[in-house]
Design a protein around this ligand. Structure first.
Ligand SMILES: *[C@@H]1O[C@H](CO)[C@@H](O)[C@H](O)[C@H]1NC(C)=O
Ligand SMILES: *[C@@H]1O[C@H](CO)[C@@H](O)[C@H](O)[C@H]1NC(C)=O
Ligand SMILES: *[C@@H]1O[C@H](CO)[C@@H](O)[C@H](O)[C@H]1NC(C)=O
Ligand SMILES: *[C@@H]1O[C@H](CO)[C@@H](O)[C@H](O)[C@H]1NC(C)=O
Length: 472
């Protein structure tokens, strides 16, 4: 969606175009100016944060050393769910598992809290971003073995070490023969989150004997400093953060909660987010951690079709919810000058054959005519071909543009068409009378690529604006 200044520029086109005096001139009637672009619904986000339960601990009956599960989505646009990233995305993500977690260790672990004395019952952590657990040799209170194990898990920034008694599987079944549990988390937790007191029946019932219930002792917590770093995901630039403010910016598309602070997962959600019909594709996301009553509760990805920055990152929380670790990331377009603003030949609309970023040609046999207008949008009038050359990595991309073939009215625009060509193949486009509309096409980068708009059918005009080529 064009920015307000671009819309002003489009409005300037209400004057007749000099090259098509024959046609009755009407601008697209449904320019997306009628409603202000949406901003986040912070009440809905806070309400949903109160509904999700992302806190967990090693289950009493789970074997140790399970793989760390992929980041999952716990709510989408206010609806609580339990899905994979791909499950809520319009396209398959290509994210790598090992990026985007909370920062990697620079130095060693620090003790966050001590366990209670060995002769007292204690409780283990029931917290967010639980990853997996192991058991370590219980001949001593073997914290170091637990820390060493955590250091080998990318996402692990915190461990909870404790004994669990009366667990039949630990005592009699699992080969490790140890009841000293070491639970890995992707976020730092505090003593206030010691909420799992055991009390479960794990031993089988034999006759009428009383079955001893599980209990926990010596539950300590150890965390990594430097948790505030994050790896910038492929296809994005860090815009700001971490700060204590979430964006309250226009162009909001919706939000997802995820079960870990996983920047790459937010990027995959933004990439896979369906386009907003007025605003276009996701161009920016804001990830932040919600801390409720002092306890990490969920991790939010808010998505936008406008790129925001720190100046609008002014939502610090509400009620008992505090915003922490807020970062903004802008999606990088591989297309140079997809808004055609690089042409500075005149202040008003004007004609050109080519300029630095776009090359205009006429089809073979056609008479080269100076028919095309630039500024602020590319206009394709008649059989005219506009090409940009890109150097892309071999990967999947998506071409996104806004187009309108409504200027000359429905009758004269009826034969309008624009083909989007990628390396000579038609991948999408518009045809016929169309109001301002979002158009996208999936393409594959080959290393040296050509994006071309082929216009046709004067006296129809198609306006092309705000094009991006994003990594899919
Ligand atoms: C979410 O779904 C997975 C797979 O079906 C399941 O293993 C997991 O326990 C579920 N989590 C919750 C919180 O329901
Ligand atoms: C995602 O990938 C799977 C397997 O690779 C494929 O079957 C499915 O059609 C893809 N979905 C989309 C939306 O591309
Ligand atoms: C170590 O764990 C095993 C298995 O749970 C248990 O039988 C044993 O008593 C534990 N040893 C100590 C010193 O806690
Ligand atoms: C438990 O069962 C045994 C025999 O099976 C019986 O003698 C005993 O009285 C029972 N004890 C209780 C407390 O019910």
């Amino acid at each position: 969606m064009p920015s307000p200044t671009r819309l002003l520029a489009l409005a300037a086109l209400l004057r007749p175009l000099p090259s098509s005096r024959r046609a009755r001139k009407v601008l697209p009637t449904k320019l997306p100016t009628t409603l202000p672009p949406p901003t986040p619904d912070n009440d809905l986000i806070a309400q949903t944060a109160n509904q999700v339960d992302q806190k967990s601990a090693p289950p009493v009956d789970a074997p140790p050393n399970a793989d760390v599960p992929p980041t999952s989505v716990t709510a989408i646009d206010g609806t609580v769910t339990n899905s994979t990233i791909d499950g809520v995305s319009a396209s398959n993500s290509t994210r790598r598992r090992d990026v985007g977690r909370l920062g990697k260790r620079q130095s060693g672990f620090e003790k966050i809290f001590d366990g209670l004395p060995a002769d007292q019952h204690d409780a283990s952590i029931q917290g967010t971003a639980y990853l997996t657990y192991t058991v370590v040799n219980n001949a001593t209170y073997n914290v170091q073995a637990c820390l060493d194990w955590c250091a080998d898990i990318d996402e692990c920034v915190f461990v909870n070490v404790y004994y669990e008694f009366n667990n039949y599987l630990l005592d009699k079944v699992f080969g490790e023969h140890s009841n000293l549990k070491c639970a890995a988390y992707g976020d730092i937790h505090t003593e206030a989150e010691k909420l799992n007191f055991g009390g479960q029946q794990s031993y089988p019932q034999l006759g009428n004997e009383t079955v001893p219930l599980t209990y926990i002792t010596q539950s300590s917590g150890w965390g990594l400093p430097g948790i505030k770093e994050a790896v910038t995901p492929d296809g994005y630039d860090l815009v700001f953060g971490p700060t204590g403010g979430a964006n309250n910016a226009p162009g909001y598309m919706g939000f997802a909660f995820i079960d870990q602070y996983d920047v790459a997962a937010c990027a995959a959600l933004c990439n896979g987010r369906g386009a907003d019909p007025n605003g276009g594709g996701c161009a920016y996301f804001n990830i932040w951690r919600a801390v409720v009553d002092g306890v990490p509760t969920t991790y939010t990805c808010s998505m936008y079709y406008f790129v925001a920055d720190e100046s609008s990152a002014v939502n610090f929380g509400q009620g008992s919810l505090v915003v922490t670790l807020s970062r903004g990331y802008a999606r990088k377009s591989a297309l140079i000058d997809g808004g055609f603003e690089g042409y500075t030949g005149c202040d008003d609309f004007c004609f050109t054959d080519s300029y630095a970023n776009w090359i205009g040609t006429s089809p073979s046999g056609g008479t080269p005519r100076r028919l095309d207008l630039l500024l602020p949008a590319l206009r394709s009038h008649g059989p005219r071909i506009w090409t940009a050359r890109l150097r892309l990595r071999c990967a999947n991309y998506v071409v996104q543009c806004f187009m309108s073939s409504a200027y000359s009215g429905s009758q004269l625009e009826a034969p309008a068409k624009v083909d989007i060509m990628w390396n000579g193949m038609r991948v999408g486009g518009t045809s016929g009378f169309t109001e301002y509309t979002f158009v996208e096409a999936s393409v594959v980068g080959t290393g040296s690529d050509e994006l071309t708009f082929v216009g046709g059918a004067a006296p129809a005009w198609t306006f092309i604006d705000d094009c991006n080529v994003y990594k899919a």
